[in-house]
Design a protein around this ligand. Structure first.
Ligand code: 13P
Length: 255
């Protein structure tokens, strides 16, 4: 089964709208109509519209970093899927460890968002991953299973076909420490097995499972060569067009 590689930049709380426009334009000029790799950029809410305009006509797609799972209403500070769709966002990052840690997002709230995103035509990038303490306590696979199956509760096979999963070991995020390709593959392989148990092999084989956590041009080729690593969700290295485009190149080469 050959899955199309998927490279997404999670800009987190970086880049003003103007800086985002510049970065997105640089990426779009390199990616142009490239169809070999799915490329997504996820700026902050305030930069979405300008970035959307900067990538118009290119193959780069837009993602948001969050939304609130209601249609509209009195939810101060939040944005709805409709607002995201209007600026042509196609993806939304859900369940990121930073949202779990700093904003107290639980598996059931992440699940509510996953289901709401699918009902509202946004493709979720569902993030899961263990902390250092959990890894040291040998709980990695258990945590990943809980977060994966919790996040996908009530999602049917049709829904799954629009889901991208990102395995991000928390201890590797922004730390410069990367999971070795073997460590990452072990978890990615077990994510694929869990998906196979729940949805059957045909559906599970189609799901892109991204690795995230200090991925950069120097370590990407080895990670992307693993059987069940289908791309990257990239933080730091997505903030510079040169390194982000090198990561896209690495995925193209691995294809
Ligand atoms: P870094 O690439 O900066 O480690 O961040 C990874 C991440 O959290 C992407 O969502």
């Amino acid at each position: 089964m050959s899955r199309k590689y998927f490279i997404a930049g999670n800009w987190k709380m970086n880049k003003t709208p103007e800086e985002g426009k510049k970065l997105a334009s640089e990426i779009a000029s390199v990616v142009s109509k490239d169809a070999a790799v799915d490329v997504v950029v996820c700026p902050s809410f305030i930069a979405l519209d300008r970035v959307s305009q900067a990538i118009e006509g290119s193959a780069v797609k837009l993602g948001a970093q969050n939304f609130y799972p209601k249609t509209n209403g009195a939810y101060t500070g939040e944005s709805s899927p409709e607002m995201l769709r209007e600026v042509f966002a196609k993806y939304v990052i859900l369940g990121h460890s930073e949202r779990r840690e700093y904003f107290g997002e639980s598996d059931s709230f992440v699940n509510e968002k996953v289901r709401f995103s699918l009902e509202n035509l946004l493709n979720p990038i569902l993030c899961i991953g263990e902390t250092l303490e959990e890894r040291e306590a040998n709980e990695t696979l258990e945590v990943v299973k809980r977060q994966l199956l919790g996040g996908l509760e009530g999602v049917d096979t049709d829904g799954l076909s629009n889901v991208v999963v990102a395995y991000e070991p928390v201890w590797a995020i922004g730390t410069g420490k990367t999971a070795t390709p073997e460590m990452a593959q072990e978890v990615h392989g077990s994510i694929r097995s869990l998906l196979t148990e729940k949805y059957g092999e045909a559906a599970a084989e189609k799901v892109r499972i991204l690795y995230g956590g200090s991925m950069k041009p120097s370590n990407a080729p080895e990670l992307l060569a693993q059987t069940d690593i289908d791309g990257g969700l990239i933080g730091g290295a997505s903030l510079d067009s040169k390194s982000f485009c090198e990561l896209i190149d690495a995925a193209r080469t691995a294809s």
